[in-house]
Design a protein. Structure first.
Length: 301
């Protein structure tokens, strides 16, 4: 409003001069020139050199990129890439139990692909709350006996229990194995499901097992398998935005920021690291390469 009034006053003064007001007063009035910031900006834009225009345009583009990055920026742990690099270095020897007795290593490669996938599923069912060495021993007995769906269904609960003993909760797992095997024969034609949701619907199969089965049996990366080792180490390194109290919450937290290209090997890396260095009790922080940059390791200074 003020700018409009000022412009109107300027036009009025100019009009008076044209009508001869100067003659009436005996002296000529000076023209009142009113300039505006927008006018100056337009003049500068019009008179700017091509180089200046280009620089101004590039500056605007850079600012736009920064604004977009700010919008899409997500949380990630401090120095996680260096921590992961150090874990890879400490795992180079491949001397952890998971490297030779992990569930991905226990199927009989001489069997059909369907049977291999079934054996991978069974090995993961047995591995819950059980050390790799015990799981491997049970799988060896089962394979020697004949670990096929039809053979399992023809085996008594008592004999199956003797074959898998002493895995954790072996009596409950006998029931899981029998019920799951029956479903696989009836619904999946002697094969296993190829989706996370279908796998989780089977008796005794949780999210961790389902993701590991998808990777080991189907060679598909659809998520991160989080067991007690991955859960513990992720919290010690503060790879979760806030502390988590169960593996499934840790999986969700990890998948929010960890680049997808790291998902395939992260379970095996961290499990082996947890078996050899970052132990549940008395972790070997003194020899760990991550001690200077690990929130948990620095506590022991």
């Amino acid at each position: 409003m003020a700018a409009r009034q000022s412009r109107s006053q300027s036009q009025y003064l100019h009009h008076d001069d044209d009508k001869g007001v100067a003659g009436a007063t005996g002296r000529q009035r000076k023209h009142l020139n009113v300039e505006y910031e927008s006018d100056n900006a337009n003049k500068k834009a019009q008179t700017a050199s091509p180089a200046a225009k280009k620089k101004r345009k590039e500056g605007a583009q850079k600012q736009n990129i920064v604004d977009q990055e700010d919008k899409t920026c997500k949380w990630e742990p401090n120095r996680w890439r260096l921590q992961l690099q150090n874990i890879r270095e400490m795992r180079k020897a491949g001397d952890a139990p998971v490297d030779t007795m992990g569930c991905s290593e226990l199927s009989d490669r001489s069997e059909s692909l369907e049977t291999q996938r079934y054996q991978t599923l069974i090995s993961l069912m047995l591995s819950s709350q059980t050390k790799d060495q015990i799981t491997a021993a049970a799988m060896k007995k089962l394979k020697n006996y004949g670990l096929t769906m039809d053979n399992v269904m023809a085996t008594s609960d008592k004999q199956l229990g003797e074959l898998i003993f002493p895995v954790g909760f072996w009596q409950r797992k006998v029931q899981y194995i029998k019920k799951t095997t029956a479903i696989l024969i009836e619904k999946y034609s002697h094969d296993i499901p190829a989706t996370i949701e279908e796998l989780k619907s089977l008796p005794g199969i949780g999210p961790k097992m389902a993701h590991l089965i998808m990777l080991s049996a189907w060679n598909k990366v659809v998520g991160i398998g989080v067991d007690t080792h991955v859960h513990r180490i992720s919290n010690r390194l503060k790879w979760v935005k806030k502390p988590t109290n169960d593996p499934e919450k840790t999986r969700i937290a990890l998948e929010e920021w960890l680049p997808r290209e790291e998902w395939r090997e992260i379970n095996r890396l961290l499990v082996g690291f947890g078996q050899t260095v970052c132990l549940p009790i008395n972790p070997m922080c003194a020899t760990c390469l991550n001690k200077p940059i690990c929130p948990y390791g620095r506590r022991g200074k």
